[in-house]
Design a protein around this ligand. Structure first.
Ligand code: CUA
Length: 319
């Protein structure tokens, strides 16, 4: 029995660890929410104790009619006035945090569009927008403003260790700020049920040193380097991949699926769910719906042998 209890406790604690842990804040906004959580928990414990205490006191006082007035006063102050003050205080504090994390300012602006079931990511830079997908890189210590919307149904943007979450609503723009305080690859996910592959709608939120971030963004803004007569790019064109996917610097300008210009520089494939390896890439093309059910991308089971190899090496060269 004791072993069972210990196992259950360890399992629960394991659920609280790792990069999705909002109780191990790695950003300013997550820290303010975490602090609020602990204070609310303590406040709730105080209110609970007062209400139970007042009820017990009143129950005992009932037997002694001469103490009725004293009991009533105790219930009004301890059971009504104080809890109302505590709850109102917490409400105001929570609203101030909400206003801070949704206010419209930030050194950097990133637009994120929720799609079924992936993330379109657009960095607003003075030189123009830079589009990528399914991986968001952020500079350490700088406040980044996210402008969120959705293409089809409601999604919700959440990086538990950094802050959030915020709904992404079609036809409307919501905002959220994140100020990372720790380097690392923090996991992000969709926190609103949005259909079949909702649980597989993830992304990486990579916090970098500001200098490395600037170099990364400059590289991301460059068009792809595609060699003249590349065999894999020829297969890409023959199969019509460019109708859905864009590779900047080529004729492929499809707006439907994720931008592939620097695909291989991302850590993961399939919106944060598979490691970016040649094997996974090949399976993604041929067994698409085994890899991620319900998605719009058609599978290409007929693409095999030399043509598949060439396409995979081409995609893996897009760094
Ligand atoms: Cu998107 Cu759940």
């Amino acid at each position: 029995m004791r072993a069972l209890g210990a196992t259950a406790t360890l399992t629960l604690l394991a659920g609280c660890s790792g990069r999705h842990n909002w109780l191990a804040a790695a950003g300013e906004e997550a820290q303010s929410v975490e602090t609020l959580f602990w204070v609310v928990l303590a406040g709730a414990a105080v209110i609970w104790s007062l209400v139970i205490g007042a009820a017990t006191y009143a129950h005992r006082a009932e037997a002694k009619p001469h103490r009725e007035r004293e009991a009533r006063r105790f219930i009004i102050w301890g059971g009504v006035v104080l809890p109302v003050l505590v709850v109102c205080g917490l409400l105001v504090w929570g609203l101030l945090i909400l206003r801070h994390i949704t206010s419209d300012d930030g050194a950097l602006t990133v637009r994120v569009d929720g799609e079924r079931w992936w993330w379109r990511v657009i960095y607003d830079t003075p030189e123009g927008p830079v589009t990528t997908a399914n991986e968001i890189r952020l500079p350490l210590g700088e406040r980044t403003l996210f402008k969120l919307t959705a293409d089809d149904v409601i999604h919700s943007f959440w990086v538990p260790a950094l802050g959030g979450k915020m709904d992404m609503i079609p036809g409307r723009e919501t905002t959220l700020a994140l100020t990372p305080r720790k380097l690392g690859n923090w996991g992000g996910l969709c926190a609103e049920f949005c259909g079949g592959a909702h649980a597989l709608m993830r992304f990486d939120a990579v916090v970098m040193e500001p200098g490395a971030f600037v170099r990364w963004l400059e590289q991301e803004a460059r068009p792809a380097q595609v060699a003249e007569g590349d065999r894999g790019f020829a297969v890409f064109e023959e199969e019509g991949c460019g109708a859905c996917h864009a590779i900047r610097g080529t004729e492929a300008q499809g707006p439907v699926g994720p931008d592939l210009t620097h695909l291989a520089s991302r850590d993961k494939l399939g919106a944060g769910i598979y490691a970016m390896t040649p094997d996974n890439m090949a399976r993604w093309i041929t067994d698409t719906h085994e890899m991620k059910p319900d998605i719009d991308m058609p599978a290409y089971p007929g693409l095999q042998g030399e043509r598949l190899d060439a396409l995979v090496s081409f995609l893996m060269s897009l760094e």
